[in-house]
Design a protein around this ligand. Sequence first.
Ligand code: ADP
Length: 184
Amino acid sequence: MRLLLLAAPGGGKGTQGERLASHFGVRHISSGDVLRAAAGDGSPAGREVAAHQQRGDLVPDQIVFDLLVPVVAAAAARGGYILDGFPRTVPQAITAADIGARLDLTLDATIYLHVPEPVLVQRLLARARPDDSPDVIRHRLEVFTETTSPLIEYYRNRGILVEVDADQPPESITDEIVSRLPES
Ligand code: ADP
């Protein structure tokens, strides 16, 4: 099973990523977590990651691909993955599809977790990670609207989008996703 989760910040990608990974027995790969781990490693790339994450800006593609592609390839070789947060822009999706086709890593489906914006803001303020201050939250929501939400249309056009109402209890969301996935 190879899935991509798409959602605004606070949309529940992390929660559903964990739940779906344990349901299907595959690895949950959160690009935010992979990048946050790199941000603490003291390398030049790590310092660059930290600076972008603190502002709520996207990390440069080259760094993202260098860090994420090996992790995704290893997971695919072990039965699949639940990707959360990567690809996050149309250019990343195009490059990832290219690499995916060459390495036989292509997606089965993309799940869009839809949550109304006021609910997102409430959830993020309640979570209070270091990159969850009110200003940074506002900026990350703008980045989502401008650069990530076009992916909804991109995957719909490719015929692999499954859109779910993600303003429900986590168990109901997981059940809905599992019941609506294409037969593999
Ligand atoms: P959220 O989904 O709540 O925004 P994430 O943990 O997915 O949180 O991402 C946190 C930060 O990590 C983003 O604001 C961005 O700086 C960086 N990031 C995550 N994924 C990507 C990506 N695919 N490309 C560029 N930057 C990314």
